[in-house]
Design a protein around this ligand. Structure first.
Ligand SMILES: Nc1ncnc2c1ncn2[C@@H]1O[C@H](COP(=O)(O)OP(=O)(O)O)[C@@H](O)[C@H]1O
Ligand SMILES: O=C(O)C1=C[C@@H](OP(=O)(O)O)[C@@H](O)[C@H](O)C1
Ligand SMILES: [Mg+2]
Length: 236
């Protein structure tokens, strides 16, 4: 099972991402700054559903020249069921979580990967054992922005937020709030935190919704560099 999975992982490819010329230049510079410190280690993006792990992860992978993997997609491939929602329905959340842990264990023996984890991967301590072999970055997005994004794409692909009736924004917001209260201490285990509120403040905006995925990727690279250089200083 493990050998078959590895083969499948090797076949995945990063989708190409578009960004403005200015952002592309800054992204390249920041990627060059952080690469020597990364030393081929994997980067794991953690954060709530809709926080942009998949979107931002693809950008970071592209500029670093690393491979991108989405742990949800790897679980779907390993289980042979096309969506996470169907895995929850046909099996259970616990079955999904067991497979998610197996995927993270397999990835932890590899190098030069950017991994977008599922929002709930942080709740199992064993997953931290795997992820801490690399660098972990928390994408911290205000819950109202998350609810707005998720409602815009629909909740069908995110079984923990799916509802049949009622105002979708309010229901998503309430469910996200409950989940976040249970998970926030776990997200805080990450090596670095990328706060959209902080980026918006630095850029003089009072709305996180104006931040582009590339601006968030640039901040993530800065935070990675700062974490890794501090770690190097402590060691020396
Ligand atoms: N910075 C952003 N601004 C606006 N929408 C975004 C941003 N980042 C991601 N999105 C959108 O939010 C939704 C969730 O993003 P996704 O990358 O799938 O999050 P996650 O993998 O953390 O669940 C997608 O529809 C995506 O296009
Ligand atoms: O928060 C969660 O528990 C989940 C998040 C989802 O991934 P995204 O964070 O990519 O949406 C997916 O793993 C599953 O629906 C459970
Ligand atoms: Mg995702």
């Amino acid at each position: 099972m493990r050998a078959r999975r590895r083969c499948e992982y090797a076949l995945a490819r990063t989708d190409r991402v578009q960004y403005s010329a200015d952002e592309a230049l800054v992204l390249k510079q920041k990627a060059e700054d952080v690469l020597p410190y990364l030393n081929d280690r994997c980067v794991y993006l953690v954060g709530m559903m809709g926080s942009g792990k998949t979107t931002v992860g693809k950008i970071i992978a592209e500029v670093l020249g690393y491979s991108f993997f989405d742990s949800d997609k790897l679980v779907e491939q390993a289980v042979g069921i096309p969506t996470v929602a169907e895995i929850f329905q046909v099996h259970s959340e616990a079955f999904f979580r067991d497979n998610e842990s197996e995927v993270l264990r397999d990835l932890s023996s590899m190098h030069r990967l950017i991994v977008a984890t599922g929002g709930g991967a942080v709740i199992r301590p064993i997953n931290w054992n795997y992820m801490k072999k690399g660098i972990t970055i928390w994408l911290d997005v205000p819950l109202d922005a998350l609810a707005r994004r998720i409602v815009a794409v629909g909740t069908a692909s995110r079984p923990l937020l799916h509802q049949e009736s009622g105002d979708p924004y309010t229901k998503a917001y309430v469910k996200l709030t409950n989940l976040f209260e249970k998970r926030m201490d776990s997200y805080a285990n990450a090596d670095a935190r990328v706060s959209l509120e902080d980026i918006a403040f630095k850029q003089g905006h009072n709305d996180v919704n104006v931040l582009t995925p590339s601006a968030i990727a640039i901040e993530a690279l800065l935070k990675m560099e700062s974490f890794l250089t501090q770690k190097a200083m402590v060691r020396n």
